[in-house]
Design a protein around this ligand. Structure first.
Ligand code: ATP
Length: 135
């Protein structure tokens, strides 16, 4: 079976690199996308979500923020602000971030709080908590 390489890159460097992936499941803005070797070249925006990658029959899960995936027939590059393995997610930190964002959203109508920013923080925290369940 031919495989495809994956590199997950953040401003702090690569957080995941693997040459032999069987399938890479991305959460694109238009919906879920399963990428295997030989995929047509494309660039797609990603939403806050997960990257699931199958290596030797086992899935690895990463939580990722918004970004882009560049897909080539033999290589996928995922460019995101942040990405963490399910095992590496600090759930206490994510819960605290979720509570902070929820409190900000409650105050948002009365005060000058950036609702979009608080909503995105809430989405990132909820996503980390969801992906952490796959460790
Ligand atoms: P927080 O308010 O807790 O910082 P955030 O959503 O603002 O959360 P990001 O800006 O997305 O955090 O990420 C900043 C850095 O911290 C990234 O390197 C990211 O991988 C890491 N990070 C954020 N939250 C967690 C977490 N719960 N567990 C592990 N690493 C995390």
């Amino acid at each position: 079976m031919s495989t495809i390489a994956l590199d997950v890159v953040t401003p702090n460097g690569s957080v995941f690199k693997e040459e032999n992936c069987e399938i890479i499941i991305l959460q694109a803005k238009q919906g879920e996308l399963g990428v295997m070797a030989g995929h047509i070249p494309t660039v797609t925006p990603l939403k806050i979500g997960s990257v699931r990658v199958k290596i030797n029959g086992e899935y690895e899960y990463l939580a990722v923020t918004e970004g882009f995936a560049e897909i080539r027939p033999d290589h996928v590059t995922v460019l995101v602000q942040a990405g963490e393995f399910a095992d590496d997610i600090d759930t206490d930190r994510a819960r605290a971030a979720k509570e902070r964002a929820e409190a900000l959203l409650k105050q948002a109508e009365a005060e000058h709080i950036d609702q979009v920013r608080a909503s995105l923080a809430l989405e990132r925290a909820a996503n980390r908590l969801k992906v952490a369940q796959y460790n």
